[in-house]
Design a protein around this ligand. Structure first.
Ligand code: NAP
Length: 270
């Protein structure tokens, strides 16, 4: 039977998800139609229309992850903790939602990059939906400390308060050197293409693994282009996370685990 999946978002035209999921489906030799759904009106209506067309599995991206969570009758513990859903599965008469972003990130760092998170000191820029989804899985890896720095400090403080872990704290941009050095620095902000850098002491990047959730096929992003002058140990974009979170979604829909290495390799070559 032909399966129908989609990714909901706005804008969505450049999403790599269809390509990734088609490549996964090929590994198991089944036919998958995976579309992009640009939601300009009601997200709830878009979900109804999708089910009406026979759709059963979907990814959700910016800006609908929180709404997706609200529209699910059943959610996983990961989605419950994140209050955000990036993976939807239609179960007979209702949506089940989960969040694979965080586990996708951890899988990329620990498995693909072979870097342990345990006992590490981590700095995260941003306190939006992606960070919500990532904190639980990162905390499960038992880091020494996580500092969350956000343009709107209050949002970072509220997020850390919600998770209530002694090794998770919010920080202002101008106090970053006080908590340094960091082993891993993550950019989870949605800065634009004309990003020229944060007004911070750039010494903090020295020797750190710098991971940008944003991605590009050549691995260059505005954030990494800025950081590359500051002697980081390694600069990594978020394409590995994208493929890993997609593999976890695929498993939710089809109950089979695709191989990610070759898909990642294929994307980098495009
Ligand atoms: P979001 O919920 O909209 O949050 C955006 C965050 O960026 C907020 O913390 C916001 O700070 C901050 N921000 C925006 N513009 C900024 C600026 N000019 N300077 C400083 N901070 C700024 O977005 P999200 O869902 O968390 O996604 C964040 C990024 O991660 C996006 O680029 C998204 O594409 C990427 N992502 C990648 C993957 C992957 O698989 N690789 C998965 C998920 C997300 P304020 O609170 O102050 O507004």
């Amino acid at each position: 039977m032909k399966k129908l999946c989609t990714v909901f978002g706005h804008p969505i035209a450049h999403s790599l998800s269809p390509k990734i999921h088609q490549a996964f489906a090929k590994q198991f030799d089944f036919e998958l139609t995976y579309t992009r759904t640009d939601v300009e009106g009601s997200f709830e209506q878009a979900l109804k229309d999708f089910v009406h067309k026979g759709g059963s599995g979907a990814n959700v991206t910016v800006p609908f992850k929180t709404q997706a969570y609200d529209l699910c009758r059943e959610v996983s513990p990961a989605a419950h903790q994140a209050k955000a859903v990036n993976t939807l599965l239609w179960r007979h008469d209702h949506w089940y939602g989960t969040n694979t972003d965080g586990r996708g990130f951890v899988q990329d760092v620990v498995h693909n990059l072979e870097q342990s998170i345990e006992y590490k000191k981590i700095l995260i820029f941003g306190a939006g939906g992606a960070v919500r989804g990532m904190l639980g899985p990162i905390l499960n890896e038992r880091p020494n400390a996580i500092w969350v720095a956000n343009r709107t400090l209050k949002k970072a403080e509220e997020l850390c308060h919600e998770f209530a872990m002694p090794n998770l704290k919010a920080t202002d941009f101008d106090q970053l050197t006080q908590h340094a050095p960091y082993d891993i620095i993550i950019n989870a902000t949605s800065i634009s293409d004309d990003f020229k850098g944060f007004d911070i002491d750039t010494e903090i990047f020295k020797e750190a693994l710098v991971y940008d959730l944003m991605y590009s096929l050549d691995g260059r992003t505005p954030f990494l282009e800025w950081v590359k002058q500051f002697d980081a140990q390694e600069l990594v974009d978020g394409i590995g996370m994208l493929v890993e979170q997609a593999a976890l979604s695929f498993e939710v829909w089809f109950d089979c685990i695709p191989m990610t290495d070759e898909v990642l390799h294929q994307l980098r070559q495009d």
